[in-house]
Write a protein that binds this ligand. Structure first.
Ligand SMILES: NC(=O)c1ccc[n+]([C@@H]2O[C@H](COP(=O)([O-])OP(=O)(O)OC[C@H]3O[C@@H](n4cnc5c(N)ncnc54)[C@H](OP(=O)(O)O)[C@@H]3O)[C@@H](O)[C@H]2O)c1
Length: 263
């Protein structure tokens, strides 16, 4: 199947790579084309020509910044009639895109930066005219990039604020743990390795081991032990409150951006 990735920046490049590795015939576009020449090694065709890329493709993936989605859609409008157009842009709604290209079939996806290692949750929603068969095709594309989960579009701002931004929030914790390792005499490399490995392992315990965060905390906290000493100190900071506020603020920001777009 032929796929065009319009806007091969951080996310788009990873999408193009993941799909090329999964056997899709990929064309990737970008204005500064020299930055993605490396993709040719994977058999990806690179070009500045969004129209030509879209006309040859069966599925078009839009990965430009939200503010650029409208102009890109206007540019490729004539090439996407009856085709699936998947947008990974934050805040841009299905109906906003449909208004620009009424004859395309739109899918909206919220990935995160872990799409670089094919580990991203790919929360997606589709417009009404996407048939179950086409939805299966979309899921197959998304499976090559991470874990597809269908959601209601009304939840997309919240999902952007949680899933889309989570790598940034978790990186802040990893950075803090790395400094903590330095403070207790470990090397920077070892501190980061052990913190990141613990994050991966904890995620797997939840996703594959069926444990809840509460159970995991209970399992590692023994009476009079080391963990409870650390947890006691953590109780001084309102971590849950801060996380909840951060996600709420980010969701509101996503809604605001959405309202300001396509005015
Ligand atoms: N980064 C994340 O963590 C994340 C997470 C979830 C969703 N998203 C969404 O993913 C989208 C891409 O984000 P990103 O972080 O990958 O941004 P990015 O690195 O800036 O990528 C966007 C790319 O689009 C290219 N571009 C701009 N106008 C173009 C045009 N007319 N034709 C072809 N290419 C064009 C730009 O390259 P040139 O200037 O060289 O053309 C740029 O490399 C955004 O809509 C964002 O909301 C991002």
């Amino acid at each position: 199947m032929k796929v065009a990735v319009i806007g091969a920046g951080k996310i788009g490049r990873a999408v193009a790579e993941g799909l090329a590795k999964a056997g899709y015939e990929v064309t990737a576009t970008k204005r500064r084309i020299e930055e993605i020449k490396g993709l040719e090694r994977l058999g990806v065709t690179v070009t500045r020509d969004n129209r030509e890329a879209s006309s040859k493709a069966e599925i078009i993936i839009i990965s430009v910044k939200p503010k650029d989605v409208s102009s890109v859609l206007r540019e490729i409008r004539g090439e996407v009639k009856g085709k699936i157009v998947i947008s990974v842009a934050a805040a841009v709604t299905l109906s906003q895109m449909k208004k620009v290209c009424p004859e395309a079939l739109f899918v909206r996806v919220m990935p995160n930066i872990t799409v670089l290692v094919q580990e991203s949750l790919m929360a997606y929603c589709v417009e009404g005219s996407v048939t179950p068969e086409l939805k299966r095709t979309v899921e197959k594309v998304l499976e090559a990039l991470g874990k597809p989960v269908e959601v209601e579009e009304s939840q997309m701002d919240a999902i952007t604020a949680l899933s889309g931004c989570a790598p940034a929030y978790l990186s802040l914790i990893l950075e803090a743990l790395t400094y903590a390792g330095l403070e207790v005499g470990l090397s920077k490399e070892f501190s980061l390795l052990s913190a990141a490995q613990a994050m991966v392992g904890t995620g797997k315990l939840i996703l594959e081991g069926g444990k809840s965060p509460h159970e995991i905390r209970d399992m590692v906290t023994t009476p009079g032990g080391v963990t409870v000493e650390g947890l006691l100190e953590l109780e001084r900071a309102p971590i849950r409150y801060v996380m909840m506020r951060a996600v709420k603020k980010a969701a509101l920001k996503s809604r605001k951006i959405s309202e300001a777009l396509f005015e």
